[in-house]
Design a protein around this ligand. Structure first.
Ligand code: PLP
Length: 428
């Protein structure tokens, strides 16, 4: 039915809309609605706060960002320079150079007891892009995805941005470290649950699954017919024992994608190099996403990575020994500090102390207020629990996260000594 408007009225309508929209958004372009679902890493905001505090002439002890202040091993650097000189500066295959795909397949096959070949590996510009590409490849709108919370904030962001439903699962304090709440995980499953994100050797908590937990998770995944993102960014960052993967358990490699990164083991965060490793069908989809996204990962650094995997291993060993010394220094002081209770994980470069009693000593109830007070009173800059996902109903304990990857041992001792003195000061 005709609305009674003349055609000239109709054509005038959009014009008035444009005027109205201009009024509503006086400055700048109209941003797509989907961006409202995109999260971020708020740890970067903590960096900015710490930098602003430092710029006022204050001493800052940077425990907030999981970056490394340790150089990349020389042999990796030299091999990359050589590749530049050899002209490896054009595009390369979108799933990575065959040499690196093969070397990584051999490396991960050996560490995981799984038989991967080059076709199971897609090289990526970092480990982080694997998260979004995993969701794009395997998640339909409305699918539910179980993800760790507290956890790396990009899971929640990429699930929701790509139209999925992010369903958190939590951890509790066990005898030697944080333990996945398997009962809550089971209770969170619905007929729409399709995917599980598991970050064994976990950021921010330094949690590591026991063999029993892994077996329980494997049974859970098979029973609910899930596909798993095994985020193993810290698989090689360990000080004793050996790492285990959910993907290694019977029936799991067929339904798991491993997130691999060169960032931590080889101190290459800024180089941007990682990989997705898993069933060929999924890897082919991820490679197609590469074509549409970055075309290929940086060509010449892939030769550096081949050297990293197959050449002299003294570089990664040195990185571990530096981190080990820092961990002992940091955990030692934290556990002597009034109001703080802290595990000493054998993995990752994070500590996640319980600061509930420390906050009570200072009469502070909000963990972000506590974080800011610590920064301003001591210069120690940390992240708090809220930077690792939306806090869940019923949480009573309060935590902060310290990364010791970007601060030398003498500064760790000095900074945490100040923190200890501040908290020894007691109630205010
Ligand atoms: N996964 C976890 C749990 C991380 O902590 C990080 C980085 O901090 C990444 C993935 C991604 O690291 P990158 O993109 O540097 O490989």
């Amino acid at each position: 039915m005709d609305s009674g408007q003349s055609s000239s009225d109709k054509t005038s309508e959009p014009v008035s809309n444009v005027v109205r929209d201009r009024e509503a958004t006086p400055v700048g372009p109209r941003i797509a609605e989907r961006i409202a679902h995109l999260g971020t890493e708020t740890a970067f905001a903590v960096s900015a706060e710490a930098a602003a505090f430092g710029a006022q002439g204050n001493r800052v002890y940077p425990f907030h960002l999981g970056d490394l202040n340790i150089p990349t091993p020389d042999n990796v650097v030299e091999a990359s320079f050589k590749a530049i000189r050899d002209g490896k500066t054009g595009y390369c295959p979108n799933a990575g150079i065959p040499e690196l795909r093969a070397a990584l397949a051999a490396d991960v096959s050996a560490s995981h007891g799984i038989s991967y070949s080059a076709e199971n590996v897609a090289i990526e510009p970092g480990g982080k892009p694997v998260i979004g590409k995993f969701m794009l490849a395997l998640m339909n709108p409305g699918d539910e995805v179980l993800y760790p919370n507290p956890g790396y904030p990009i899971y929640e962001s990429q699930i929701e941005f790509n139209g999925g439903v992010a369903v958190p699962y939590g951890y509790f304090e066990g005898e030697h470290g944080f333990v996945i709440d398997l009962e809550a995980l089971e209770a969170a499953v619905t007929p729409r649950t399709r995917l599980l994100v598991l970050n064994n050797l976990q950021n921010p908590m330094g949690a590591e699954c026991s063999p029993q937990e892994l077996e329980h998770l494997a049974e859970f995944v098979l029973r609910h017919d899930l596909t798993v993102l095994c985020d193993e960014a810290y698989f090689d960052i360990r000080y004793s024992g050996s790492s285990a993967s959910l993907a290694s358990l019977p029936g799991l490699s067929e339904r798991s994608v491993i997130l691999y990164t060169f960032s931590k083991k080889f101190a290459m965060t800024g180089w941007r190099l990682g990989a997705a490793i898993g069933p060929k069908q999924i890897i082919d989809v991820i490679a197609k996403l590469n074509v549409n996204d970055e075309s290929c990962s940086n060509h010449f650094i892939q030769y550096g990575a081949v050297e990293g995997l197959t050449g002299d291993q003294s570089g990664p060993r040195k990185i571990i020994s530096i981190l080990h010394e820092r961990r002992d220094a940091a955990a030692g002081i934290l556990n002597e500090t009034p109001g703080i209770r802290c595990y000493t994980p054998e993995v990752t470069f994070y500590l996640f102390p319980n600061v509930t009693a420390a906050m009570a000593r200072k009469g502070i109830t909000d963990v972000e207020d506590f974080r800011r007070a610590v920064l301003h009173e001591t210069g120690v800059s940390v992240c708090s629990r809220v930077h690792f996902g939306r806090p869940q109903p019923g949480e009573t304990e309060q935590y902060v996260r310290l990364a010791y990857s970007g601060i030398d041992t003498p500064q760790i001792v000095e900074g945490l000594g100040r923190l200890k003195a501040y908290l020894t000061g007691g109630e205010e």
